[in-house]
Design a binder for this molecule. Sequence first.
Ligand SMILES: Cc1cc2nc3c(=O)[nH]c(=O)nc-3n(C[C@H](O)[C@H](O)[C@H](O)COP(=O)(O)OP(=O)(O)OC[C@H]3O[C@@H](n4cnc5c(N)ncnc54)[C@H](O)[C@@H]3O)c2cc1C
Length: 418
Amino acid sequence: MLEEYNWAGNLRYSATDVAQPSTLDELSSLVTSAGSVRAVGTRHSFNDIADSGGLMVNLEKLDGEPVLDRLARTVTVTAGTRYGDLAAFLVQHGYALHNLASLPHISVAGAVATATHGSGNRNGNLATTVAALELMTSDGEVLRVDRSSPDFNGMVVSLGALGIFTRITLEVEPAFEVRQDVFTDVPWTSVEENFDAITSAAYSVSIFSSLAGPAASQVWLKSRTDTEMPYAGAGAFFGGTAAAEPMHPLPGMSAVNCSQQMGVPGSWSDRLAHFRLAFTPSNGDELQSEYLVERGSALEALEILRGMSADIAPLLQVCEIRTMARDDLWLSSSYGQETVGFHFTWKPLQADVEALLAKMEAALAALKPRPHWGKLFTLERAELQGLYPRFGDFQDLARRLDPERKFANAFLARKVLG
Ligand SMILES: Cc1cc2nc3c(=O)[nH]c(=O)nc-3n(C[C@H](O)[C@H](O)[C@H](O)COP(=O)(O)OP(=O)(O)OC[C@H]3O[C@@H](n4cnc5c(N)ncnc54)[C@H](O)[C@@H]3O)c2cc1C
């Protein structure tokens, strides 16, 4: 039975019914007979993006093993597959995904639909590896599209608004190893002066901080061992020092649930996420939001946010800065621009957090911050449509594919579709 609440417990779904179909036929009859239906993944979003006023379907039980195509270098999975399970399958066959989010617990469909990302100057978000999709539309039929389809770039990061992904084909590459080196107390002056050098110091880089004080508390470098690793095993890093023991990004938390550090090389699948699949990720008792800006505006955004640290500090658990390569997916937070994301893990005080988010959004407005679709934000459609050049095209696509708005919900009405 599906949980009534999202992972963070800050949202009780309002769906009147939930279903976990095990076949496409079953899913098709659920979709055709429902007036209103939404797909839900592993419930890791912090807002009501997955919520439904009618039926909610979850594909965890849908039939189908992953299919690896060695020639095309792709893997096709049922959409509800969790990244952690897919990673185990790929490792067994000698393959890898290019990147992972901070946790492997989320579903492929949920991550793709919201432009979920990891980090790395040259790494697109997780949706950018989608090579083909199967989407069940409101008539219960499955539409198959790939990169040659004219609307493909609008259909990937689609917020669940166009239909239900049933199977997703992702690009894969030969397996590789990664080592993690963590450095502590990198002075903000150094971060500002060396932002490009710091974010390109490894395959994937995360800068953790409270935003307050003179230094960023931790910088995590995830280096591929098949590339140059200029800072692997270094004692110092841009004014910071190598951590003496494994670290958790949240101050005072044990690193036991974090992926292995201290430079020990290991499979991509055990290092690219910050948290291990077998453990509850992060603290569990938290809210999250994230604003993503064009790379050229990152230092200005950092200055604005550090200037607000007195307001931010009482609600903040940790801030994480990551980078993403530009892409062409219409509603992606990296659409058309190299991107830097400012992520916030908050204390579970939603009303206070939302009041602060409105202030942060106003302060950052000139930098056109794109909010993470699956995290908390207060921007509404009037503001959001100015942030995505293909926003109107996405609305048209939704009208065409779902004329009766079977897949719409309150979130989509407020934020995207009107
Ligand atoms: C502890 C924690 C850490 C996180 N770390 C990161 C991170 O590192 N990077 C990052 O970018 N985000 C991160 N997130 C956010 C998370 O990746 C997104 O919220 C993501 O959408 C969660 O996937 P899910 O499977 O739980 O989707 P859900 O929250 O269940 O659903 C999200 C959206 O996907 C749609 N959807 C789900 N299944 C389907 C389907 N089959 N067909 C069509 N649409 C579908 C839903 O309708 C909804 O619109 C984190 C969240 C948590 C709780």
